[in-house]
Design a protein around this ligand. Sequence first.
Ligand SMILES: [Zn+2]
Length: 436
Amino acid sequence: MEKLYLIHATIAVEPAMEPSGWLKEAFLLIEGGVIEEISPSPLSPQRVDGAEVLDLSSRAVTPVWINGHTHLSQTFLRGLVGDRPLLRWLREAIWPLQQAFSPEVLEVAALLGLAENIRSGAGLVVDHQKITHDVSFTEKVYKAAQQSGLRVWIARAWSDRGSGAENPKAVMEELERWLSNNKANQRVKFANGPLAPWRCSAETLQATHQLALQYGAFTHIHVSETQEEVKLTWDEYRKHPVEWLESLGILGEHIQIVHGVWVQEPELQLLAERKALVVHCPVSNAVLGSGIAPLGDFIERGIRVRLGTDGPASNDVQDCFETMKFALCLARAANCKPSLIPPRLALEVAWGKPGLRRGEAADLAILRLDTVWTAPVHDLDSALVLSARASNVESLLIEGDWVLRDGKILTIDEETLIKEGSALLKWLRQKAGLED
Ligand SMILES: [Zn+2]
């Protein structure tokens, strides 16, 4: 954790500090991993004594992006959707390949996936970790996440019904093993990751949720991604999926509803009342032809929303910028309403906060504004949401530590991993019976 003094930067701040949300030609001091000061004028020489000084003219300094839902393992499963809907795609392509994974393949996949997130400005990633043949697999993801330097929540996935069902007692034991690692100041933590309502029993969902709460974590679950899935829950319980979760007594601020494409009117009300978090994955939902989640309704009702790329198997990239633009554009198109989701709101949803603030951890992204797709900048919010790409991200710091600096990832050796990945993919396809 170095002492850093950023000068002449365009800094995204909370509107309480500057109504436009941007301080131009401004100054920011990082010390001990914390944003010590943000100021429109230079700081005194005494305060910045010993700091490395970086001139960030033509650069924006912003909060990091949040990738609220992904499956890191799926960097090895890109390009397989074809023309298949969700459940057929899972049964025919994804599940056989996932079954063939080795711990080594998962480690390379996770590292490549984390590198992709770093390049996309994501400083916080929620990985719904589905390859759980034995504990050595999640251990590899844990190791990769720690190596990346990012903040990562690993939601250990499970199901105790249908194909691939696990024994509930074994699920509880393994979850407790992971969750008991959680400490407040750690960057990598564990959460409960039931796959979907129709794949989980009421009892195990309730028990695992209680366990997650006990260790300061949450439950992260796919809900109402397709109409077919909604029907599965309706046919069995005569309830919509969110209503079913409510009937189990687990709907609340510590539950993350991933997708929510087909939530119905009473479910929207429940999500708002219970302060549940919805993770909106618009690109994945569009690629799989699942539908368009009602982002406008979520926001209008004050439902907490985050954005997620979903795994590269159904996206087929983890690009926070693409996801942010897509979210805004789809919501406007679906409602024929150009005033829906102003660019600053899209940024706040993508960052999970209004802007940078003095006294908080120095998690920040540095973006070039002088690129052909952003310059000249007329409006900073629009430039970031509608024009900028992941490649505008030049540097990324977590708690003042460089993860990406001047375009180079410092924690992961991308070149070697890309080569290793190609060789391992051939092996994986053979093992899964997709190649001779
Ligand atoms: Zn998913």
